[in-house]
Design a protein around this ligand. Structure first.
Ligand SMILES: Nc1nc2c(ncn2[C@@H]2O[C@H](COP(=O)(O)OP(=O)(O)OP(=O)(O)O)[C@@H](O)[C@H]2O)c(=O)[nH]1
Ligand SMILES: [Mg+2]
Length: 459
């Protein structure tokens, strides 16, 4: 990845809008913009102080064609997004003026930016670390206000500071251990193991505390994948519609109405929920419905939360019992629907229900839906609420923290066995590498590429 050239891209979505922005970053950004910009008052971009805007026109230097009327923002290094010179051209928000402006910039020596390359430069030039770069994308993709608040805190570096402090503790401990490598004649008995173990325990506790936040953190970032599962006609599609408060899925009294998985998004008290209605589970010959049932069963295993729906106006079927038997505790809620009709199921006497939270609703009359929503939030958050600076929201970070934790465990058990200090140091170096990967200090190029490939072009 070169950083010595000047990159450009359209930074706003394609379509019609009031304005659209073409961005330029690099050492020649101002020189290149100067070739295609004319100010009616003859103001010179090169002499304009940093962080100023100029009014003028984009002009094709060869044909002298006026391409658009624009405002130009000039931001000089180092106080910019990339720490390089940046020029942002506010064009009118149509595909043609934006594309023609971009083409002129390319003709005048800029290179088209790769996805996420502006942010990658901000990272490579040391303005933000890798966790902060990832938070940029999380701010853009945030599903709810709570998810966005957490991402903004991470972008400001609160999570990175936490990582830095763990790294600092690890470096101190490593120095302590490595000091003993240099004295091979030294008696292992004289190494202050107790002090080292205490420090290691402290680091371990910090890591564990962070990993503990990750279940909720990842839900906040990616949404709680919630599947409504049950046999045909129990009211799964009706529940989806009731939760969304509009007729998203087809509801009929004919069993086997839903064939495909129907997905939508809900915001329950700030918690982003991806809700999925599924095909009713039963033995069938019809090929399309059979495929639907297969997908329902797969989702039942993959979902973060399963709402196992029963029809309270009918006796429990064998299929209901089989589904309950298949269900995992901790991620399943039994929801008895059709409470507006005379009830045949009494949750108090059903021993099979005991391991699961159970509640009664009517999708038809909206009864019990608020309680259902609160229970979903409780189950997802485990009592935690809101957004948090010390929250781990990214699966890549979770895996790295788990690696660090396992290295700390190996360190502690090896230290107990009086292992020579050079071997103890290896464990600590592994933990340091794992934390370094989160911050981008020791992250391999293929991982960096994968991270920035997820960005849009122009960010
Ligand atoms: N009385 C009453 N009827 C309901 C309730 N919820 C759903 N129904 C009715 O039950 C029937 C089936 O509802 P659906 O929502 O299509 O059921 P489903 O589980 O999606 O069915 P499949 O898609 O076939 O698996 C329809 O006639 C609904 O009007 C409820 O709370 N009370
Ligand atoms: Mg349905």
């Amino acid at each position: 990845m070169h950083t010595d050239d000047t990159i450009t891209a359209i930074s706003t979505p394609v379509g019609h809008s009031g304005i659209g922005i073409v961005r330029l970053s690099g050492k020649d950004a101002i020189k290149i913009a100067d070739r295609i910009f004319r100010s009616p008052k003859k103001k010179n971009i090169k002499k304009t102080p940093s962080h100023r805007m100029l009014y003028g026109h984009i002009i094709d230097p060869e044909t002298k064609d006026i391409i658009d009327e624009v405002l130009l923002s000039i931001m000089k290094a180092p106080n910019t997004y990339t720490k390089e010179d940046i020029v942002e051209i506010n064009c009118h928000g149509g595909a043609v003026p934006l594309r023609r402006t971009l083409e002129l910039l390319l003709k005048c020596g800029a290179r088209h930016a790769e996805p996420g390359e502006f942010t990658r430069r901000a990272f490579l030039n040391g303005r933000i670390d890798l966790a902060q770069a990832e938070a940029v994308l999380d701010v853009i993709n945030a599903l709810t206000v709570e998810s966005q608040k957490t991402a903004v805190q991470q972008l400001r570096g609160t999570f990175s500071k936490k990582m830095e402090s763990i790294r600092e503790m690890l470096l101190e401990l490593t120095a302590l251990v490595e000091a003993h490598i240099d004295f091979p004649e030294e008696d292992i008995e004289s190494i202050p193991l107790a002090g080292m173990k205490n420090r290691a325990a402290e680091i371990r506790k910090s890591l564990e505390k962070l990993i503990d936040t990750s279940r909720y953190g990842m839900i906040l970032r990616d949404g709680l994948k919630t599947a409504i599962i049950g046999r045909p006609n129990v009211g799964k599609s009706s529940l989806l519609n009731a939760l969304l408060a509009h007729d998203r899925a087809i509801v009929t009294n004919i069993p086997g109405t839903t064939r495909d998985v129907i997905e939508d998004h809900l915001n329950i008290q700030g918690l982003p929920v991806k809700i999925m209605d599924t095909a009713g589970i039963r033995e069938v010959k019809d090929i399309a419905e059979k495929e639907g049932v297969k997908r329902s069963l797969r989702l039942m295993e993959e979902a973060d939360l399963v709402l196992l729906l029963l029809d309270g106006s009918e006796d429990l079927h064998d299929t209901d019992r089989e589904l309950i038997e298949k269900s995992e505790t901790g991620s399943t809620m039994i929801v008895i629907n059709k409470s507006d009709l005379p009830q045949k199921i009494d949750p108090a006497v059903e021993a099979d229900f005991k391991p699961f939270p159970t509640l009664t609703i009517s999708a038809k009359t909206d009864t019990g839906l608020d309680t259902l929503k609160s229970r979903i939030v409780e189950l997802a958050t485990g009592g935690r609420s809101g957004s948090g600076a010390d929250m781990v929201t990214n699966i890549r970070h979770v895996h790295a923290l788990e690696r660090a934790l396992s290295s700390m465990d190996s360190f502690s058990s090896e230290a107990g066995r009086k292992t020579p200090p050079e071997f103890l140091a290896v464990e600590l170096r592994d933990a340091l590498d794992a934390i370094g990967e989160i911050l981008g200090i020791t992250t391999p190029d293929d991982i960096l590429n994968r991270i920035f490939d997820n960005f849009c072009i122009g960010k």
